[in-house]
Design a protein around this ligand. Structure first.
Ligand code: AMP
Length: 527
């Protein structure tokens, strides 16, 4: 049976969520087989060669060796991380695909369909490699057509959906999830969503609050039960329990001012009490980091908070009262609200899926890239992005190697920019162009940054014409398309070189096909 459903998937670091558009045209979250709205992004390889995903994996994790349990794989996407289980190799792509497969299996089962296309979300700061990897994960999971949109854009689409289409609004999406944090400013005009600025911290999320809480729990357990710290450190069961307990206690403290917990140490139950105030004091520096990033995001465009109509808080961790309170305290006039924190991204992705011109996606990209006006179809949602990373080349400045940025993070796509360089010596015969990616923004400090702040994403050699001197200009033009694909053009006198940044982790069609076999191992509800 062909699939009529419009599906959006929020593939999260700690939890994932699938939404679809129901018969009334409203976005709803699909419950998984375990009857939950969100699926823990946890994968377990059991001894029977099965791949178990979600709560059963999370619950059983404690009984398995660490190498059979994979968590937070999203943090590895786009890297060459691999796990080897019983002779099979898994990459972040195939592991992410397993999570997607489980959610799609559950949906198919429940609706008697075979889903073939979906919109999957990714963080705004993902570079092209991570985006491609996410898209490929969708393909490995068996999807034929995958569109990637940014999580904050999806949240804003969901927010705009209820608000009606009229007028122009500027919203800030504050997304504090399980493993990542970002802030994005978007302009919404009818059904056109344009990201204006985005900033974030890849390694900041609920997990860090859990860790802070783990420390407090350990302290309390020791103080209140006369137990030595060393006793806790030596006990593997204690370590495992603390991981799960800290998250549970944290969630409780979102509604209760104080809570009790128990921890079994050396066969004995130790009771402890923790207050929200203690938890908030211990995590104040984490909260402060998010406030600093809001400030940075505003400053990158010369905005102040009064330029923002609504601040919407999404991501499970924005349920912690300290988040809304912290922001409201710093910005008393801001219109701050927690907005459907676990589901808005998946729902926004589903709304986008239903209002996306699937067949015309290339036409849209081509029109945007050539600067032509694209006329959307009736009701179509269009999304414009900013560049998620700055790109430059390695160049010598006063005998020092630096990265000289050519196009910048937060510039609206598509972007074309040229800078001029000079050979180091007369009669130089070739140059090596090394392209670096980094997070600098376009202010005076952003133009050149130390090499150490970026990482090399590609390089090529180019012959120089005969007779160049130190005064012969070499122009380097970077073109970033609306899809974020980067092409560099280098010109020196009569010589022209062109180079498209390659994605080293790209999988070929046959590799995707081969990997699809692994998906057979993802357990199904009715197996
Ligand atoms: P997400 O990645 O958006 O699904 O967010 C998941 C994170 O939100 C995890 O770290 C959860 O522990 C956290 N979270 C979920 N519910 C709550 C809650 N009620 N209070 C505090 N944190 C929560």
């Amino acid at each position: 049976m062909s699939n009529e459903y419009m599906i959006g998937i929020d593939l999260g670091t700690t939890y994932s969520c699938l939404a679809f558009i129901d018969d009334e045209g409203d976005p709803v979250v699909e419950k998984n087989f375990e009857q939950e709205d969100t699926t823990p992004s946890v994968i377990l390889f059991n001894e029977n060669g099965e791949i178990i995903v979600g709560s059963p994996a999370k619950d059983m994790a404690i009984m398995y060796p660490l190498e059979r349990v994979v968590t937070a794989i999203k943090r590895q996407i786009g890297t060459d991380y691999e796990v080897d289980v019983d002779g099979d190799r898994y990459t972040p792509i195939t592991l992410s695909a397993a999570i997607l497969r489980k959610m799609i299996n559950d949906f198919n089962d429940n609706h008697g369909v075979e889903v073939r296309k979906a919109v999957i979300t990714c963080p705004a700061y993902f570079g092209q490699t991570e985006r491609d990897a996410t898209k490929t994960a969708g393909k490995v999971a068996g999807l034929e057509d995958v569109t990637i949109i940014n999580e904050p854009t999806a949240a804003a689409i969901s927010f705009g959906f209820g608000a009606g289409g009229e007028g122009r609004k500027r919203v800030m999406v504050y997304d504090l999830g399980g493993g990542t944090f970002d802030v994005t400013i978007l302009d919404i005009e009818g059904s056109a969503f344009t990201a204006v600025a985005t900033d974030g911290e890849r390694l900041l999320g609920g997990k860090d609050w859990d860790q802070a809480l783990t420390k407090i729990i350990k302290q309390k357990v020791c103080e209140e039960n006369d137990i030595g710290e060393a006793e806790l450190e030596d006990d593997d069961d204690v370590k495992q329990s603390l991981i799960l307990d800290s998250e549970t206690i944290k969630k409780r403290l979102s509604t209760a001012e104080s809570t009790k917990g128990t921890l079994t140490v050396g066969g004995k139950k130790a009771v402890y009490t923790i207050t929200r105030a203690e938890f908030e004091a211990a995590t104040a520096p984490l909260m402060q980091t998010t406030l600093d990033i809001i400030e940075r995001g505003l400053a990158s465009k010369g905005f102040s908070i009064s330029d923002i109509d609504d601040v919407i808080l999404v991501g499970g961790s924005s349920r912690m009262p300290q988040v809304k309170n912290g922001i409201s305290q710093k910005y008393p006039d801001a219109n701050v609200r927690v907005f459907d924190p676990d589901q808005s991204i998946a729902k926004g992705a589903a709304i986008f899926a239903s209002a996306h011109n699937w067949a015309g996606a290339e036409e849209f990209a081509a029109a945007v890239a050539s600067g032509q006006e694209y006329v959307p179809q009736e009701g179509e949602i269009t999304v414009h992005n900013v560049l998620s990373k700055s790109f430059g080349i390695k160049a010598m400045y006063d005998d020092k190697e630096m990265v000289s940025n050519i196009i910048f993070r937060n510039e609206k796509l598509p972007i074309v920019n040229t800078r001029t360089y000079f050979p180091i010596e007369d009669g130089q015969t070739s140059i090596k162009v090394e392209i670096y990616e980094n997070s600098a923004v376009n202010n005076d400090g952003g133009k050149r940054i130390e090499v150490i702040d970026g990482y090399s994403v590609g390089e090529f050699e180019m012959d120089l014409p005969e007779g160049v001197t130190r005064n012969t200009p070499i122009t380097v033009k970077f073109v970033a398309t609306d899809e974020g694909i980067l092409v560099s053009h280098v010109d020196c006198m009569s010589i022209h070189a062109e180079y498209q940044l390659q994605n080293k982790l790209q999988m070929s069609d046959s590799e995707i096909k081969d990997s699809q076999g692994l998906m057979e191992k993802v357990t199904k509800a009715n197996d």
